[in-house]
Design a protein around this ligand. Structure first.
Ligand SMILES: [Zn+2]
Length: 165
């Protein structure tokens, strides 16, 4: 019984951190990809990119923007972000929902720390790790993720900071 539980737990860990000693390096590379992906965003105020990785496979991607079929303009005439703009995390998660994949036990790489609304989606979609680089001033989203037992990794690529929170 005990041994079976151990094996099961190890399997989940392997899926979550499949790169062993090179996990940090791969976390950095995926975050760099998310930073490049953020450049796809049409948003002027802030460009955010996200990737969802399960095992060793990228299963989704997203950047902040309006829903499919809408104009590619995120801000209104007063430079206020339109209420229907989806955050990068929400776009990545809903892209999985449209696919045959599952985000259960996956890692989310995102270039700005998640807000409260996205954090709720992250928890419900079964994502178990969140790796991010820029800290959004409001931390209520991160606090919620922590409460849900999701591993948070703050990664500062320029200063080589890798902080598991
Ligand atoms: Zn958000």
């Amino acid at each position: 019984m005990g041994a079976c539980n151990l094996v099961k737990r190890k399997k989940v860990t392997d899926e979550l951190k499949p790169y062993g000693a090179k996990q940090k390096t791969f976390d950095q590379r995926y975050l760099e990809m998310a930073l490049i992906w953020a450049r796809n965003s049409y948003c002027v105020r802030r460009q955010v990119g996200a990737l969802i990785v399960k095992g060793k496979m990228i299963i989704s991607d997203g950047y902040n923007g309006t829903p499919a079929g809408f104009e590619n303009i995120c801000e209104d005439e007063n430079n206020i972000t339109k209420p229907y703009v989806l955050h990068a995390e929400a776009n990545a998660i809903t892209k999985v929902a449209k696919s045959h994949n599952s985000s259960e036990n996956s890692t989310l790489y995102v270039t700005t720390s998640p807000c409260m609304e996205c954090s709720k989606l992250i928890i419900q979609s079964g994502i178990k790790r969140v790796v991010y680089c820029n800290r959004y001033p409001k931390t209520d989203g991160l606090d919620l993720l922590r409460r849900a037992g999701i591993e948070l990794v703050f990664l500062d690529l320029e200063n080589d900071i890798y902080e598991i929170q």
